[in-house]
Design a protein around this ligand. Structure first.
Ligand code: MOS
Length: 750
C-alpha cells in the first residue's frame, strides 16, 4: 500500500457534526432485527456445513465413519483430509503478520481439543449436525499438555504483532541496589476466550471463479486478499460483505480454518454453503487471550520515586504457532523510572493459538503493573494515587520521546473528584457499609497506544445537496457507522442527515483494520480527506466562475457548511453546492482521500490514550463474596467525535475490567485438554447485577500530532487500569493481596 499519501499534520477544524453525542445510526435496524449479520444470509440453494471437532488435545485421528455420515438423509458431502481439495496457500504457513497457522484438514494431526477434523455438508443444519455426530472419530491420543508447568518452554522471536520480546533501559540491578524499598509482586492471569454475542459464521457462494463471502471481518480488504490467495483467484474476484458484526474483540480480524473449509465446501458441492459455529466451538480455533504468569520488582527511593522497574511475563501459546501476549510491555510507557527491564517467555500448551483480544498485552500487563504499584505504595505508607503522581512521566519512559499529548494528570484529578477519593484511609479493612460489608477503594492507571493503519475513502457530492461517503469501514458494535458519518458530514460540509455512509463491503475503498483502537482515527482521517477533496474541487468550480458569488475568493478563502460554500471573509456571500454543480452542468463531483500517520510525527512522538479508574468493592466479611459497587473512570483520548458512543466504548471496556478481575476463567481439563466451561453457564461474564454503577468521563485533550483530526482511540483502554483498580480495592477492603485473576472467594479465606 505504498501509494498511500500520509495525512498532513496539523489540527483541522471540524464542523459541528463531530462532537455531537448522537445515538447510533444503526440502532433502529438492530433493535428491529433488520440489520443482517453473516448467518442471516440465505441465498437460493443454500446448503449447511457443520464441522466435527476433536475431543482429544493431541495425537492423530485414526478413523472417521464417513460412510455412516454419507448415508444419513440430507447429507451431501463429507470433507476429510482424504478428499480435501488443495488450497493455494499452506494453512500451516504464515503469510503475513496478521495470519495464523490454522486447520483446514491438511492432515490427520490433532493439536488441541476443539480442532476441526471433518466438515459435513447437508441440506439442513440438522442433517449436517447429525452427520458430524455419526463420524464417531477414533484417535491415537497422546497426553495433553495443559497449564504452565506441563507445557514446553519457548523463547519467542517476538511478542504481540512483531514486538521485541525483551527490553532494557538503564541498569535495573543498580536501581534496586540504590532503592530504599524493593517490592515483588506475582500475578497470574487465566486464558480468556473472545465471546462476542455473534458467534463466527460464514456464507460462501461461488459463481464460476467469482466468490462472495458473507463473513464478519474486522479487516475487510486484508481478509478479501487472504481468501483470494487461498483459493487462487484474483482479489477482485472476491466480494466480502460484512455490514454488521456482533462484536469482534480481535477474534474477527484473522482468517480461520473453518472459514476456508466452508468456501472449499461451496466449491465442491457447487452450491452456497453456510457455516455457523456453536457457542461451544467458540472455545477452540478462534483465538483467545493466553494465560500469563507475571513477576514484577519495583525499587523505590525515600521520596517515593521509582529507581528501577522490572516486569517479566510468561505466557501460554499453542504448540504450533507463536502469538504471545505482550503483557510486560504494559510497563514501557507509563511510570517514570531511570531503569526499566522487561522480558517475555512462552510456554507451549495443547490449546488453539492465542491472538489479539481487546487490549492484547495491556489488559493482563496493566493488571500486573497496577497491583505492583499499589503494593509498593502501601509498603511506603503512601496514598496509591499520590504514589502514581510522584512517578508521573513527562516523557515516554521507554523511548524518551515526548508524548503527542497526555492529560493523565487531569484524568487522575477528575476521576478522584468524581469518585470521592479524598479521605481514603491508608490502611486496609477500615471501612464498612451499613450492612457490615468490608468496603475498599482502589485505583489503576489506564493506558493504551494510539496507532493508525492505512485507509482510503471516496466521497461524492450530488446536485440534490446530498453526500455519499464510501469506505470499507467496520461496524462491530462500537458505533463506527455513526462516528464516521459525523466526520464525513464535516468533511463534506453537510448536515449529518444529508450524508450516506456506505461501509462494510470489500467493493468499497479499503477502510483499513478495525483494531488496535485505531479505526476512527484511520478511517476517519481518510473520510475527512476525501470529503475535503470533493469540497475543494467544488470550490475551484465556484471561485473560477464569474456567475458565482464566490468568484475570486480563492480556495483558501472558502468553507463548506450545511451544503453551502461560504466566503471565509464574508459569510453572507455563499452558494448552495447544488447550484454550483448545476451551473457547471455536473450531476455530482467526487473526492478521494487517504488516512495514515505522518511518518515524521510517528518518529518524534509517543502516542497513547490515558485514563484513571477508581473502584469501590464490597466484600462480605463472612463469605468473602466480592461485589464491585462502583467503578469510575476518567479518560483522555484526544478529540472525541461522539461522546455518547465514546463513553459507551469506555464503559464496555471497564465492564470487561470487572470481568477480568472477578469472572472470566477458561478452564481446560489437564487430563483431556478439553475446555470444561465452554458455555455461558460455566464461563462467567458480568451481567447487569455485577456492574451496578460504571461511569466513564471524558477529559478534554488536544493532540496536534497524532493525526490531522487529533483523534486517538477509546476501544480498548477501558479494560486497562480497571482490573488492577478492582484488585487493589479488594486488598483495601480485606488486607489480602490477590495474586491470581479472577479473584476468587478462596483467595481471601485465611
Ligand atoms: Mo483488537 S484486539 O485490536 O480487535
Amino acid at each position: 500500500m505504498a501509494d498511500i499519501i500520509p495525512t498532513p499534520t496539523g489540527h483541522v477544524r471540524l464542523g459541528s457534526n463531530a462532537g455531537q453525542p448522537l445515538t447510533r445510526r444503526d440502532g433502529v435496524l438492530k433493535v428491529t432485527g433488520a440489520a443482517t449479520y453473516a448467518a442471516d444470509n440465505r441465498p437460493d440453494g443454500l446448503a449447511y456445513a457443520v464441522f466435527a471437532h476433536s475431543s482429544v488435545a493431541r495425537g492423530r485421528v485414526t478413523s472417521l465413519d464417513v460412510d455412516a455420515a454419507k448415508v444419513h438423509p440430507g447429507v451431501i458431502e463429507v470433507i476429510t483430509p482424504a478428499n480435501r481439495p488443495p488450497l493455494g496457500r499452506d494453512p500451516d504457513g504464515k503469510a503475513h503478520m496478521f495470519s495464523w497457522r490454522t486447520e483446514a484438514l491438511q492432515n490427520d494431526t490433532v493439536r488441541y481439543a476443539g480442532q476441526p477434523i471433518a466438515l459435513v455438508v447437508a441440506e439442513t443444519l440438522e442433517a449436517a449436525t447429525e452427520g458430524a455426530r455419526l463420524l464417531a472419530p477414533r484417535y491415537a491420543a497422546e497426553p495433553a499438555r495443559i497449564g504452565f508447568d506441563a507445557g514446553e518452554a519457548y523463547d519467542p522471536p517476538a511478542v504481540g504483532i512483531g514486538s521485541p520480546p525483551n527490553f532494557a533501559k538503564g541498569d535495573v540491578e543498580a536501581g534496586f541496589a540504590a532503592a530504599d524499598q524493593v517490592t515483588e509482586t506475582r500475578i497470574e492471569t487465566p486464558l480468556q476466550y473472545h465471546n462476542a454475542l455473534e458467534p463466527h459464521a460464514i456464507v460462501a457462494a461461488w459463481d464460476g471463479d467469482r466468490l462472495t463471502v458473507d463473513v464478519p471481518s474486522q479487516a475487510i480488504a486484508m481478509a478479501r486478499n487472504d481468501f483470494a490467495a487461498y483459493f487462487e483467484v484474483p482479489p477482485e474476484n472476491v466480494t466480502l460483505r460484512s455490514p454488521f458484526i456482533g462484536g469482534g474483540f480481535g477474534s474477527k480480524a484473522i482468517l480461520n480454518g473453518p472459514q476456508l473449509l466452508c468456501v472449499l465446501a461451496a466449491r465442491m458441492v457447487g452450491r452456497p454453503v453456510k457455516l455457523a459455529v456453536t457457542r461451544q466451538q467458540m472455545f477452540g480455533h478462534l483465538g483467545h487471550r493466553g494465560a500469563t504468569r507475571q513477576h514484577l520488582r519495583l525499587g523505590v527511593d525515600g521520596e517515593g520515586h521509582l529507581t528501577a522497574l522490572e516486569h517479566n511475563a510468561i505466557s501460554t501459546t499453542s504448540s504450533f504457532d507463536d502469538f504471545l501476549e505482550p503483557a510486560a510491555n504494559a510497563s514501557h510507557n507509563l511510570y517514570a523510572t531511570p531503569a526499566l527491564k522487561t522480558h517475555h517467555t512462552g510456554v507451549r500448551v495443547d490449546t488453539g493459538t492465542p491472538g489479539p483480544m481487546r487490549a492484547p498485552g495491556e489488559a493482563s500487563g496493566s493488571a500486573g503493573l497496577e497491583c505492583a504499584m499499589d503494593e509498593a505504595a502501601a509498603a511506603l505508607g503512601l496514598d496509591p494515587l499520590e504514589f502514581r503522581l510522584r512517578n508521573y512521566s513527562e516523557t515516554d519512559p521507554a523511548s524518551g520521546k515526548p508524548f503527542s499529548s497526555k492529560a493523565l494528570r487531569e484524568c487522575y484529578a477528575e476521576g478522584a473528584s468524581r469518585f470521592g477519593w479524598a479521605g481514603r484511609p491508608l490502611a486496609p479493612r477500615q471501612m464498612r457499609d451499613e450492612a457490615g460489608c468490608l468496603v475498599g477503594w482502589g485505583v489503576g492507571t489506564a493506558m493504551f497506544p494510539a496507532p493508525m493503519f492505512q485507509a482510503k475513502a471516496r466521497a461524492t457530492l450530488a446536485r440534490d445537496g446530498t453526500g455519499l461517503m464510501e469506505i470499507a469501514a467496520v461496524e462491530m458494535g462500537q458505533g463506527a457507522l455513526t462516528a464516521l458519518a459525523q466526520i464525513a458530514a464535516d468533511g463534506l460540509g453537510l448536515d449529518g442527515d444529508k450524508v450516506e455512509l456506505r461501509a462494510g463491503s470489500s467493493e468499497l475503498p479499503d477502510g483499513g483494520i478495525a483494531g488496535g483502537s485505531g479505526h476512527t482515527a484511520t478511517a476517519g482521517s481518510a473520510i475527512f480527506a476525501a470529503g475535503s477533496d470533493a469540497v475543494r474541487k467544488l470550490a475551484e468550480l465556484a471561485t473560477r466562475d464569474e456567475a458565482s458569488p464566490l468568484f475570486g475568493a480563492g480556495n483558501a478563502g472558502v468553507v463548506g457548511r450545511a451544503g453551502r460554500l461560504h466566503r471565509a471573509d464574508d459569510e453572507r456571500r455563499s452558494e448552495a453546492y447544488g447550484d454550483i454543480l448545476q451551473r457547471a452542468g455536473l450531476s455530482h463531483i467526487e473526492g478521494e482521500g487517504a488516512g495514515a500517520r505522518d511518518p515524521a510525527d510517528a518518529a518524534e512522538y509517543a502516542m497513547f490514550s490515558h485514563g484513571a479508574v477508581f473502584a469501590e468493592v464490597k466484600v462480605d466479611p463472612d463469605l468473602y463474596q466480592i461485589r464491585v459497587s462502583r467503578l469510575v473512570g476518567a479518560f483522555a483520548a484526544g478529540r472525541i467525535i461522539n461522546p455518547r458512543l465514546a463513553k459507551s466504548q469506555l464503559t464496555g471496556g471497564m465492564i470487561w475490567g470487572i470481568s477480568f478481575a472477578l469472572h472470566e476463567d477458561a478452564i481446560h481439563d489437564p487430563r483431556t485438554g478439553r475446555p470444561m466451561n465452554a458455555d455461558f453457564a460455566g464461563y462467567h461474564v458480568p451481567v447487569n447485577a455485577d456492574a451496578p454503577s460504571v461511569e466513564a468521563f471524558l477529559v478534554e485533550e488536544v493532540d496536534r500530532h497524532v493525526n490531522a483530526l487529533g483523534i486517538k482511540g477509546v476501544g480498548e483502554i477501558g479494560v486497562t487500569g480497571s482490573a488492577g483498580a478492582i484488585a487493589n480495592a479488594v486488598w483495601h477492603a480485606t488486607g489480602v493481596r490477590p495474586n491470581r485473576f479472577p479473584i476468587r472467594i478462596e483467595a481471601l479465606l485465611h
